[in-house]
Design a protein around this ligand. Structure first.
Ligand SMILES: *Cc1c(COP(=O)(O)O)cnc(C)c1O
Length: 428
C-alpha cells in the first residue's frame, strides 16, 4: 500500500510540474498570490481533523476561529461596534451570490445593476436568482458612469447597485461617495464587490484622493464581499460576505432537524447558503491574521503597498518608453494595463500577443485583456482615435506580490527585451 501511495504521489508531483510558476515574482500575469506559509501549515494541521464549519457539532474550534477571523475583517471596514453579520464562503462568487440573494429577498423583482467592468459573475448570479440585471456604462477611466447610473435610477426599479472596489481586469475603483449620495436621493441597496480590492482599505492613505475617499466610505455600504484567497494570503476556498444589518440573518431561516444539537449559540450554517465548508480554511485565515494583523501600519499592509509601488513604477516606465500607450489613468491599485502603440487595432493586438509570447519564453508571465479601443482615445498615441469602435488586445500585469517591487527592474528588462524582439523585427 505504501509503495502504491508513493508511486501515485510521484505521478501527482510530475503532473503538477505542468504549471506556470505562480509563486515566483516573474509570474506577473493573472491575479495569483501564493498562500502564506503560516496559512499552509495551519490548514494542514486542521486537515488532520477535517472540521466542517457548517455547524458547531462538526467544527467546534474552527467555527469559533471563523467568527473571530471574520470579525477582524469586519473591523477593517469599521463594522463591529453595533453588530454585523458575516461568514466565510468557498469563494467570491458564492459570497456575491449570498449578497444578491439577500438583496433580492429585501426588494423582490427590483433590478440589480453593475458597471461594464464589474465581474461577469453578477449577471450570471442575477440570472440564477431570477433577478433582472442591467449593465451601467463605464467612463473611459473604467469607473461606473454616474450619469448613466442616474438615468437608470430615475426609472425607479433599481433595488441594488453593485459597486466594484477594484475591477478584476483594470483595478479601477467605482466612485462610492457619489453613489452613496445618490442612494440618499433614490433609495437602493449598495453592495460592494471588493473580492479583489477590499484589503486596500488598510492602505487607503497611499491611494489617489478620489480612491481613498471611496475606501473611507466603505462602512456605509449594506454588504461587502472580500476574498481572503485573492489578496489575503489564503489557499483557494476562502471568500467572505458581510452585512451591515445583522437582521438579514432572519432571511436564512430553515428548520433542518439533522444538524444542530449542541449549542444555543449561532451556527454558521444558520446564516450561510452553503452547508458543508472547510473548517481548515477558517483556521488558516485565523492563523494568518494572528501573525499579520489587519492594521494600517502592519507587515501585511506594507506588502500591499509594495505591490502598489511596483505597479506605479511599471506604469511610469511604460509612459516614458514611447512604444506603449498606457491606460488613461495611473493604476488605482496594483494592476497595470497598456496597449502597444499603433494606429491599427489589429496591429496593436498582434504585437501585444507577440510580446506576451516572447516574454513567456524569457520566463516573464504577463496577461492579456481585450478592451474597447475608445478607452485609449486622447492618450499619448496620436493615431489612437482610429481605434474607436474596435476592440484592442492589451497587455496586463497584476503586481500583487510584495516581491514584485524588488523584482520590477528584472521584470522591466525582460519586457523590454520581448518588446524589442517583436517591434524591431516588424519594423514598426
Ligand atoms: C475574483 C472576483 C470575483 C469572483 O470571485 P471568486 O473567488 O473567483 O469566485 C468576483 N468579483 C471580483 C471583483 C473579483 O475580482
Amino acid at each position: 500500500m505504501q509503495n502504491a501511495m508513493a508511486s501515485v504521489l510521484e505521478e501527482v508531483a510530475t503532473r503538477m510540474g505542468d504549471n506556470y510558476p505562480y509563486f515566483h515574482p516573474l509570474y506577473a500575469g493573472q491575479m495569483l498570490k501564493p498562500p502564506h506559509p503560516v496559512a499552509r501549515a495551519a490548514y494542514m494541521l486542521a486537515m488532520a481533523i477535517n472540521p466542517n464549519n457548517h455547524a458547531r457539532d462538526g467544527g467546534r474550534a474552527s467555527s469559533e476561529m471563523e467568527i473571530e477571523a471574520v470579525a477582524e475583517i469586519a473591523r477593517m471596514f469599521g463594522w463591529g461596534e453595533r453588530g454585523f453579520l458575516g461568514h466565510l464562503t468557498s469563494s467570491g462568487t458564492f459570497a456575491n451570490l449570498e449578497a444578491l440573494w439577500v438583496a433580492g429577498q429585501l426588494a423582490p423583482g427590483k433590478r440589480i445593476v453593475a458597471q461594464e467592468n464589474a465581474h461577469y459573475t453578477h449577471s450570471r448570479i442575477s440570472a440564477v436568482l431570477h433577478l433582472p440585471f442591467s449593465k451601467i456604462a463605464a467612463d473611459r477611466q473604467g469607473h461606473m458612469d454616474l450619469n448613466a447610473l442616474e438615468n437608470e435610477l430615475r426609472r425607479g426599479d433599481v433595488g441594488t447597485v453593485v459597486v466594484t472596489m477594484g475591477t478584476t481586469a483594470l483595478g479601477t475603483v467605482d466612485p462610492l461617495p457619489e453613489i452613496l449620495a445618490l442612494r440618499d436621493r433614490y433609495g437602493f441597496r449598495v453592495h460592494l464587490d471588493a473580492a479583489y480590492g477590499g484589503y486596500f482599505r488598510l492602505i487607503a492613505e497611499n491611494l489617489s484622493p478620489s480612491v481613498r475617499a471611496a475606501y473611507e466610505a466603505m462602512g456605509h455600504a449594506d454588504s461587502i464581499v472580500v476574498d481572503p484567497h485573492k489578496h489575503g494570503l489564503q489557499p483557494y476556498g476562502c471568500g467572505c460576505v458581510l452585512f451591515r444589518d445583522p437582521a438579514v440573518g432572519l432571511l436564512y431561516k430553515h428548520d433542518s432537524p439533522y444538524t444542530y444539537f449542541t449549542s444555543n449559540e449561532l451556527h454558521l450554517g444558520e446564516i450561510s447558503l452553503e452547508c458543508s465548508r472547510a473548517g481548515a480554511a477558517a483556521v488558516a485565515l485565523w492563523a494568518t491574521q494572528r501573525l499579520l494583523q489587519l492594521v494600517p501600519d502592519g507587515e501585511f499592509a506594507r506588502g500591499l503597498t509594495d505591490g502598489r509601488k511596483a505597479a506605479l513604477e511599471l506604469d511610469r516606465r511604460l509612459r516614458e518608453d514611447g512604444r506603449f500607450d498606457p491606460f488613461p489613468i495611473p493604476p488605482e491599485l496594483d494592476i497595470v494595463v497598456w496597449r502597444v502603440q499603433s494606429g491599427s487595432a489589429e496591429v496593436s493586438s498582434k504585437h501585444a500577443q507577440g510580446i506576451f509570447d516572447e516574454a513567456a519564453k524569457l520566463n516573464l508571465h504577463l496577461a492579456l485583456v481585450q478592451l474597447p479601443g475608445a478607452m485609449f482615445n486622447g492618450t499619448v498615441s496620436p493615431a489612437a482615435s482610429e481605434l474607436a469602435g474596435s476592440h484592442v488586445t492589451c497587455l496586463r500585469s497584476v503586481l500583487m506580490k510584495p516581491e514584485h517591487r524588488e523584482w520590477l527592474e528584472e521584470i522591466w528588462q525582460r519586457l523590454d527585451a520581448a518588446a524589442h524582439r517583436i517591434l524591431d523585427s516588424t519594423g514598426v
